[in-house]
Design a protein around this ligand. Structure first.
Ligand SMILES: [Zn+2]
Ligand SMILES: [Zn+2]
Length: 100
């Protein structure tokens, strides 16, 4: 669990610029963008509806979300590297976490 904590802290320490996040949010239409096959989403994409004001809100397990570094490089805050993920997908997608 230490590794997970560390990964979280690193990601939290280097947030995306606010305008990148809001553009990614527009692109995602306010829904989780995750398409990772191992997550067994009902559709090919997660599509969980999210709430803008619940970014990073761990108390909101239904509509909470995070901006995720798609390529794992927290220096790269390009729009194409910013993925809007619900908290469940975010946690499963963090480095050092293997689903299942
Ligand atoms: Zn999701
Ligand atoms: Zn997912």
């Amino acid at each position: 669990m230490l590794e997970l904590k560390k990964a979280r802290q690193e990601l939290a320490a280097m947030p995306f610029a606010a305008d990148v996040v809001s553009e990614a949010w527009e692109r995602a239409k306010g829904k989780c963008e995750c398409r990772r096959a191992p997550h067994s989403h009902v559709c090919y994409r997660c599509f969980r509806p999210l709430k803008w004001s619940s970014q990073g809100n761990r108390n909101d397990q239904f509509n909470g979300w995070q901006a995720y570094y798609r390529d794992g490089d927290s220096q790269n805050d390009a729009l194409s590297n910013c993925e809007i993920l619900c908290l469940q997908c975010y946690d499963y997608s963090l480095p050092n976490i293997k689903p299942g």
